[in-house]
Design a protein around this ligand. Sequence first.
Ligand code: GLN
Length: 456
Amino acid sequence: TQGYISAISEAGALGAFVHETPDLAMDMARAADKRIAEGGAPDMCGIPLGIKDLFCTQGVASQAASRILDGFTPEYESTVTAKLWRSGAVMLGKLNMDEFAMGSSNETSTYGPAVNPYRRSGDTEALTPGGSSGGSASAVAASLCLAATGTDTGGSIRQPAAFTGITGLKPTYGRVSRWGIVAFASSLDQAGPMTRTVRDSAIMLQAMAGHDASDSTSADIPVPDFEAALSGDIRGKVIGVPREYRMDGIPKEIDALWQDGVRMLREAGAEIREISLPNTKYALPAYYVIAPAEASSNLARYDGVRFGRRAKSEPGDGILEMYEKTRAEGFGAEVQRRVMVGTYVLSAGFYDAYYNRARKVRALIKHDFDTVFDKGVDAILTPTTPSAAFALGSMADADPVQMYLNDVFTVTVNLAGLPAISVPAGQTGDGLPLGLQLIGRPWDEAGLLNTADVLE
Ligand code: GLN
């Protein structure tokens, strides 16, 4: 823990940690030492972690990287972090992210972006670690913590994991409690582990998962032993390769990586099958209707009264002026854009044309996956992202839709509520990490981790 604390204090330029808790970390580490000495301590005991700023941590600032939550220190602890602390993990601090987890580059953060520890060989340009869990990815890749929590609404664990050469797992919707995690789009959000290895993911998911009566969407089903599932044996497993993910304009390196993944799984004894997920092309538009719709509703609570920041009012201002000023100065541009899109698609005149249609598309996308799994496919292999990490600043000012296109391989999974993992599987010619994604059947994180372990 001491080693990580000093590594963090020297790595300020990465912008990964936004709030450090060294004293708390040392207290927790001493308590963990004691537990270990007594014997029978759980696997996570003494493991130093970074926590995405989206998780409420009791007595420690939790701002979701937003200005509107300036000064907010929760009175309560999220279920996930409470479970991690109970299993002896050590809290190093809070990690950078896109504001309210909206983004794919960590550039919408009120703290400024986190930076990818990787550079193109022979280049000095700073690259994005991805988003929204960019601080988590950067910190794990740069060894500023042994592992980190992330959250994934449309790819925010998997895309940054791919951009930084680490492993990121988005569990089945309902596997991990959302209680105490700042909500973005409640029907899509899931927390998961971001780690250096697949085995670490298995161990950390074990500590995070399980039913929680405080989250009505948390599933009351047994949690298997994820680490015990890592047998290395995938003989006879059926791996689907979806035709629709073979899109025009994908860099050759990504396609080659995908072929490598197919070869590795085949050599390990899996059967490779071409499959079709015909509604894939509608996933991005459906996601960018549903996610903002839910966000606009969730973000209504930030009104300057209940949490965080309140704008200064002028004499004569009423409560509406106070709301307006607070939101105008507290929410960044991307968050305001989402709130506007969300309220628009939910408004009486447009509800059927946009929101309801997107929900129908979502059902079709889920049906595509169900059909494939019913035919015996155990997991689906795709690239995690359509490109390697891009330069900071290169996309942020462009058309926001350009940034949204980055999520093309990841959002389908959230719409269908499925588990998926990104594993580091290769690199570009100029040395940037690339990830492969495996998508699994509902609740089959164990099978997914075992297959991913073969790719790692
Ligand atoms: N990039 C996507 C978005 O901006 C996904 C974010 C996420 O998974 N939290 O909505």
